[in-house]
Design a protein around this ligand. Structure first.
Ligand code: AMP
Length: 286
């Protein structure tokens, strides 16, 4: 496994891994992360390895996607352990750039996300998706992968990235991977390290309530009644501060119609740590 920190080194490493196949070009899959790797990230890497001959992982805590009152400074940074996990998972190249490498000193051109940046995650975190697009666009341009893997855990981010790739005619296939959870249902996240054991236990209520919503919908409850019920249930818990709980269209994040696939989405602070989770409801008529 090669670890590179500059764009020039990355370019060299990419030429190498693309061409070590007796005249035929290898396919490349990219997994973008902010490090503090857990089994969710490793699932993405494993899926990438099945799809492409070579896998590149980027590890970069992107300052542009954090708001001024968010956890950029205290976000967990565990590069040594991350590199070990990447090596064990069979990654070919890790790109771990500095801020200077990523952004340099001037930035004249920035991306701006439309409606998706004004609702749910976008509403609570102004500028977040613009920052995500800026870094994803840059790393896609640097790596030029055939495939890029993203987790369903960040469902709205996935929708934003799919839109970006479509709207800007970017030549890459976006592959989505289901959420990896702890045994108790808690969605794995680098931010779970902020939670005490007691808070982790409390956080499992988010997933349990998503499941309640799914069951209620499957049994014929209306979207409005289901959402009201679940909101009340979560809001009543001491230490849970609900941001949103909704059932939306998984592609547009607009209000869900009664037919077709639906996505139950939730964001809440649990004892001060902001967590997001979601659950897909397949169309019972299909
Ligand atoms: P992050 O390091 O949090 O920026 O995440 C990097 C990628 O891993 C994103 O595409 C996430 O959606 C994905 N990811 C994070 N947690 C999980 C999880 N529990 N299951 C599946 N994918 C995940």
């Amino acid at each position: 496994m090669e670890v590179v920190v500059t764009k020039a080194e990355l370019k060299q490493a990419l030429t190498q891994i693309r061409s070590d196949n007796f005249g035929e070009e290898n396919t490349v899959a990219l997994v973008m992360t902010m490090g503090a790797l857990h089994d969710g990230h490793i699932r993405l890497i494993k899926a990438a390895k099945l799809k492409a001959q070579k896998v590149v992982v980027s590890i970069y805590v992107n300052p542009l996607q954090f708001g001024p009152n968010e956890d950029y400074l205290k976000y967990p940074r565990t590069l040594e352990a991350d590199l070990l996990r990447c090596k064990q998972a069979g990654v070919d190249v890790v790109f771990a750039p500095s801020d200077e490498q990523m952004y340099g000193i001037t930035r004249q051109i920035t991306l701006k996300v439309g409606i998706l940046a004004t609702i749910f995650e976008g509403k609570t975190r102004p500028g977040h998706f613009d920052g995500v697009c800026q870094v994803v666009c840059k790393v896609l341009n640097l790596v030029k992968p055939d495939y890029a893997f993203f987790g369903q855990k960040d469902a709205q981010q996935l929708a934003v990235i799919k839109n970006m790739v479509h709207d800007l005619d970017m030549d890459v296939e976006i592959c989505a991977i289901p959420i990896v959870r702890e045994e108790n249902g808690l969605a794995m996240s680098s931010r779970n390290v902020y939670l005490s054991e007691k808070s982790k236990q409390k956080a499992t209520l988010i997933y349990k309530t998503l499941e309640t919503a799914k069951n209620k919908i499957m049994w014929g409850s209306s979207i409005a009644d289901t959402v009201d019920f679940c909101k009340q249930k979560l809001s009543a818990v001491d230490g849970i501060e609900l941001d949103y709980f909704e059932i939306v269209d998984p592609f547009t994040f607009a209000e869900s119609a009664n037919v077709g696939q639906k996505l139950v989405i939730c964001a809440a602070k649990v004892d001060g740590t902001r967590l997001i989770d979601n659950l897909l409801i397949e169309d019972p008529l299909n």
